[in-house]
Design a binder for this molecule. Structure first.
Ligand SMILES: CC(C)(COP(=O)(O)OP(=O)(O)OC[C@H]1O[C@@H](n2cnc3c(N)ncnc32)[C@H](O)[C@@H]1OP(=O)(O)O)[C@@H](O)C(=O)NCCC(=O)NCCSC(=O)C[C@H](O)C(=O)O
Ligand SMILES: [Mg+2]
Length: 285
């Protein structure tokens, strides 16, 4: 399956330094994993984490989960060594934090070659340059870094995320314009299921492909929120059938449940069914 057509409902951060978490992730029903060498790893542990992660990935066992390694920024003392190590790791993509320009992606690509790049979108300048960043030829996905963004914006947490909406929308527009994957930021209160559900629902409604997570307890909620619901699948099937029937009768529009169905709605219905099948395929396999 092509990297961009895979599901990304649940994208779990795992500190690259934590053996127990690296082991546990092999059995968690997540769509993708971000193996972190940046903020989840203490300064004293950075070089050791790089070695631990290289070994864990070489040992395998992560199955169909997309494996993304988040390195430290290239302007830090660890960034270059991380990028050189990632080039030889068994992973699907490299994730660069605090991306603010396409030039930063060029610099990374010089080290990591053909490996797809993902960008953390988490600074005001990154938001303003989102279109340029998304258009980079090596970029495959964007990850919202809402903790860093809140720090930079000096905004407060609100359940409705009003202070974040402009930034989330700018990155969504940039990612969608280029056909990239884009996943929402983390929900820090990992024991607050209701809060997480609400934030997942908001992210799903906005058009995000999934949510980044910090704890295994968050996985099921994200998987449910970002998968097509049974009612959506049923409606998609009925829309396709009704439209095909209308077309056969020489008409360009059908009506289902009192609402019009045109070509564009059929395209969305087919995407819903394709996503549902992709989820079934990775769940079964
Ligand atoms: C938040 C945690 C520190 C909590 O850890 P812990 O106290 O160990 O939790 P539990 O005892 O409830 O853990 C139960 C079991 O689950 C495993 N576990 C915990 N977290 C993970 C994980 N992320 N992946 C895999 N497995 C995990 C424990 O090992 C226990 O296993 P077992 O022993 O078998 O029962 C911890 O969850 C944690 O460190 N989370 C990740 C934090 C992180 O990655 N932070 C950085 C990313 S967030 C960010 O930076 C986003 C962005 O840049 C931004 O700016 O917004
Ligand atoms: Mg961050």
């Amino acid at each position: 399956m092509d990297m961009r057509s895979r599901p990304y409902r649940s994208v779990l951060y795992i500190p690259g330094s934590k053996d127990r978490a690296l082991e546990k992730a092999r059995s968690l029903p997540v769509d993708a994993i971000i193996f972190d060498l940046e903020d989840a790893v203490a300064v004293d542990e950075k070089p050791a984490a790089r070695a631990t992660l290289t070994e864990a990935l070489a040992s395998g066992g992560y199955g169909p989960r997309v494996k993304i390694v988040r390195i430290n920024g290239l302007d830090t003392e660890w960034g270059r060594a991380d990028a050189e190590a990632v080039r030889n790791m068994d992973c699907d993509a490299v994730l660069l934090p605090k991306v603010e320009s396409a030039a930063q992606l060029d610099a990374l690509a010089e080290i990591t070659g053909d490996l797809p790049i993902w960008a953390m979108m988490e600074t005001p300048r990154g938001m303003l340059n989102a279109a340029e960043i998304a258009a980079h030829p090596k970029l495959a996905g964007m990850v919202m870094g809402t903790n860093d963004l809140a720090k930079e914006l000096q905004s407060r947490f609100r359940p409705d995320r009003l202070p974040m909406l402009t930034s989330l929308s700018l990155c969504l527009l940039a990612a969608k314009a280029e056909g990239l994957v884009i996943v929402d930021g983390v929900y820090n209160a990992f024991k607050d299921d209701e809060g997480l559900k609400a934030e997942c629902a908001q992210g799903r409604d906005m058009g995000f492909d999934g949510k980044t997570l910090i704890h295994p307890a968050q996985v099921e909620i994200a998987n449910t929120a970002f998968a097509p619901a049974p009612e959506e699948i049923d409606l998609a099937r009925r829309q396709i059938a009704a439209f095909e029937e209308a077309e056969a009768a020489g008409q360009g529009v059908a009506v289902v449940d009192g609402k019009i169905v045109e070509n564009l709605h059929v395209a969305t219905a087919r995407e819903i069914l394709a996503k549902s099948e992709a989820i079934e395929a990775i769940t079964a396999g």
